[in-house]
Design a protein around this ligand. Structure first.
Ligand code: ADP
Ligand code: MG
Length: 461
């Protein structure tokens, strides 16, 4: 599927090429044609899947015909925050560069005088936050009776922010015959109700969470070993600018131990896992949301159904056994418009899991070298890490590397990506030699999820 197949004008296709997009995202591929055909639309797709262009592009072609009238914007886009509103305006500038469309932006912090002057003359597109719009409407500066296209973007965030009553009121002020487009990452009942009331026979698109990862999430695999995991995690937490992180582990015991170990290191960490009742999980979640703690160690089962979004980092301490868990986990990062990071620690045992994840998400996740690893021999033998082998922002380690307490197996340094460069085996017999932990021993009785088929087979062996 290419942009040219969607029915967009040549000018627009040129602007898209200039912007550097080669292919439409799933939501764009599904939404653009029905919107061009003036259908109402409900599009549900997670953050970072390209929803903005899925309405901005067809709107530019729709608005290319017809003229604006004084004080009567021809289309209205509602956004929950000024940042998102400004991003949409930028999108109109970028893709509308071969069209002559006029625009006004009603958000806090923007000089209203100029925007009101633009509205007085008449604009093709009005982008606004609901509060600002209601304010101006109350002062008689805008007429919404000429507005035949309405976009309610980021509806779930509008709901969270308490904008529903404003939106309902705005909807009643628009002409009944209009096109209405609603975009949201989720579809909770109040939004469903809003859609039932204000949309007419909408085309509904839902981009499956499963298999679609956000364009806004930077993903990387960090090579390590089962013994080196803790040290690698600590290094990641230090090296990257981690503000808020959810760390996923596959087993309850790991979740518990890891949270304790991070607390011992003085980090503000807590845990949620399947042995805790729902109210304790919610309590921990509240502490996390309020900033009381900034690291939450979680199991998949416990995190499911909890509303945790917009963290700066997701770290998979264990590569998930089920590929859709990967998509769920990393979907917790990447806030609207902001990039999140998802790191997955991988050992040689994870090759099959990773292959399944890459197959499902149709991508190759970049590999980065572990900041440190676990062989004493490497301390003596290894040269300074090459910058290219370190994750971005990793601290360079100076002479302190040789300090005695660093010579513990868990804390030693091996900068290389094991997949690319075999690590030198210890040159002396007494050095701890790495032994892969037997899988059966790992699969402890407290695992609370399903046992994947390949693992069950290996346990049975
Ligand atoms: P959403 O509204 O679904 O959260 P956005 O519309 O903000 O997502 O888009 C997320 C990011 O993806 C933006 O940086 C945008 O420039 C980029 N993007 C959108 N469409 C494409 C595309 N077809 N190809 C490549 N990148 C895209
Ligand atoms: Mg958006």
């Amino acid at each position: 599927m290419s942009f040219a197949d969607l029915g967009l004008s040549d000018e627009l296709l040129r602007a898209i090429t200039d912007a550097g997009y080669s292919e439409p995202t799933a939501v764009q591929a599904a939404a653009i044609t029905p919107v061009l055909m003036n259908r109402d639309l409900i599009a549900i797709a997670q953050t970072g899947t390209g929803k903005t262009a899925s309405f901005v592009l067809p709107m530019i072609d729709i608005l290319a015909h017809g003229r604006s009238r004084a004080r009567m914007p021809r289309s209205l886009i509602l956004e929950p925050t000024r940042e998102l509103a400004a991003q949409v305006a930028e999108n109109f500038e970028k893709y509308g560069k071969y069209h002559k469309l006029t625009m006004a932006l009603l958000i806090g912090g923007v000089n209203m005088g100029e925007q009101v002057a633009a509205l007085e003359k008449g604009v093709d597109v009005l982008i606004a936050t609901p509060g600002r719009l209601m304010d101006l409407f109350g002062r008689g500066k805008i007429l919404l009776t000429g507005c035949s296209l309405l976009v309610i973007d980021e509806a779930d965030r509008m709901l969270d922010m308490g904008f529903m009553p404003d939106i309902e009121e705005i909807c009643t002020k628009l002409p009944a015959t209009r096109q209405t487009l609603l975009f949201s990452a989720t579809m909770p009942p109040p939004i469903k109700k809003l859609a039932d009331r204000f949309l007419t026979n909408p085309k509904q698109i839902e981009v499956e969470r499963t298999g679609s990862t956000s364009l806004l999430i930077e993903q990387a695999l960090v090579a390590t070993t089962s013994r080196g995991k803790r040290a690698t995690l600590r290094d990641l937490l230090k090296a990257d600018d981690v503000r808020t992180a959810i760390i996923f582990a596959n087993r309850k015991t790991t979740v518990r131990e890891l949270a304790q170990s991070l607390q011992k290191d003085g980090l503000r960490a807590s845990e949620i896992h399947g042995d805790m009742d729902q109210s304790s999980r919610i309590r921990e979640l509240e502490r996390f949301k309020s900033g009381d703690i900034n690291i939450l160690v979680a199991s998949d089962v416990a995190a499911r159904g909890l509303d945790i979004k917009g963290v700066s980092h997701v770290i998979n301490y264990d590569a998930p056994w089920h590929p859709d868990d990967y998509v769920h986990r990393i979907g917790r990062t990447g806030r609207a418009g902001a990039t999140g990071k998802a790191f997955t620690l991988v050992t040689d045992d994870d090759a099959e899991n990773i292959a399944n994840i890459e197959k499902l998400t149709k991508q190759t996740i970049p590999r980065v070298g572990a900041p440190k690893a676990d062989l004493v021999a490497d301390i003596a033998a290894a040269p300074e890490p090459k910058p290219a082998d370190e994750p971005r922002g990793a601290r360079r380690r100076g002479p302190e590397r040789a300090r005695p307490e660093r010579a513990k197996p868990e804390r030693a340094a091996a900068p290389r990506d094991r997949r690319d460069a075999p690590v030198a085996r210890p040159a002396f017999a007494s050095a701890p030699v790495e032994v892969a932990e037997p899988i059966a021993a790992d699969a402890d009785a407290s695992w609370n999820g399903p046992v994947p088929a390949f693992l069950a087979a290996r346990i049975a062996e």
